[in-house]
Design a protein. Structure first.
Length: 336
């Protein structure tokens, strides 16, 4: 009998996995139903009004930019209550990532182009939790119940057995994530077409959405492997859950508070959540007031950048190190 096929059958037969899949479907259904109920197809008058408001908002942005340039050149003296940045290019409409569009002035109307990325982040967060919990329970239950020992009697190669379990887990989670992503985004695309607005679905939109989705799938696989590795090291599912809770409370909350008290520089570099955010978003900027201490220039903004490449290396190093440790311990440990 094929080892991978046997592991796939064991994985799909687990009640916890089936329960998590049901919860995944329920969460998707509730989100889609809530969106559908809260949206409507805009009328012609609503669209015309929204277009007018968007055009007016863009004119206001341009007017503010011109006023900033005039005050900077000393051509006009503005109200002291008006605030303008020292560098007027910061409010230049041409340099903005996004200008006001009619969809911004259509309350109660779901626009797929505007909401697809936030909805995708929600999906990724759920799949990351799904992968971590399923990965931990998959190996943890077998180690606790003696299923691994019985399997080793049939295939007495520890590394091969553990690798087959990990590979089956990652493959199953990847396939499920792909299917869920297609069904999820297709559902909201249909809602945008029938009960809302599709928005501007150009090549830039799809490439950006695809990049987020690809980075999200990598994160889901890393979370699955991480849960699997920690549960293998602790010989129980609860070991992974305890490690996750301990990290969140002790480090993400406690250590972050201590680092802020002692004014540690660039403290976000030591937080796993910061690297996760930087990887998902293709980079991230964090504020540190110490950067501008002693600086007399107005150009100092106090931000530092975390690139997605460095964040990916950190995530790979942590996951790879724990997985390698799990294989090393599994080869030598007494399983009885």
């Amino acid at each position: 009998m094929n080892l991978v096929r046997a592991e796939l059958e064991r994985l799909s037969a687990r009640r916890f996995v089936q329960l998590m899949v049901v919860l995944l479907v329920v969460a998707f259904a509730v989100t889609a139903a809530t969106t559908l109920v809260g949206s409507h197809k805009p009328s012609v008058s609503e669209l015309n009004s929204a277009r007018g408001q968007a055009a007016e908002a863009r004119r206001d942005l341009e007017a503010n930019h011109q006023l900033c340039l005039a005050r900077q050149n000393g051509d006009v003296v503005g109200d002291s209550d008006d605030f303008f940045p020292s560098d007027c290019s910061a409010i230049d409409p041409i340099r903005q990532d996004r200008l006001p569009i009619p969809a911004d002035f259509l309350p109660g109307v779901f626009t797929f182009a505007d909401q697809a990325e936030p909805l995708l982040y929600f999906l990724i967060a759920f799949l990351v939790l799904f992968g971590f919990l399923v990965g931990a329970s998959y190996i943890g239950a077998d180690l606790t119940s003696g299923g691994v020992v019985n399997l080793l009697l049939w295939r007495p190669r520890r590394t091969t057995v553990l690798a087959a379990k990990l590979g089956t887990l990652l493959g199953a989670v990847l396939v499920l994530s792909l299917l869920a992503s297609v069904a999820y985004l297709a559902t909201f695309w249909v809602i945008g077409q029938t009960a809302g607005l599709p928005g501007r679905l150009d090549g830039e939109f799809w490439s950006s959405l695809g990049a987020v989705h690809g980075r999200g799938l990598v994160l889901v696989l890393l979370a699955s492997a991480l849960g699997f590795a920690i549960a293998t090291l602790g010989r129980h599912t609860s070991a992974a859950l305890g490690a996750l809770a301990a990290y969140a409370v002790v480090w993400e909350l406690g250590a972050r508070l201590v680092l802020e008290i002692v004014d540690a520089p660039n403290s976000d570099l030591f937080m796993l959540s910061s690297h996760i955010g930087a990887w998902l978003n293709g980079g991230a900027r964090f504020y540190d007031e110490q950067i501008c201490r002693g600086s007399t220039g107005l150009s100092c903004e106090g931000f530092y950048t975390m690139t997605w490449g460095v964040s990916l290396l950190v995530l790979l190093a942590i996951t790879g190190g724990l997985t390698a440790a799990a294989f090393a311990v599994f080869r030598r440990r007494d399983l009885i």
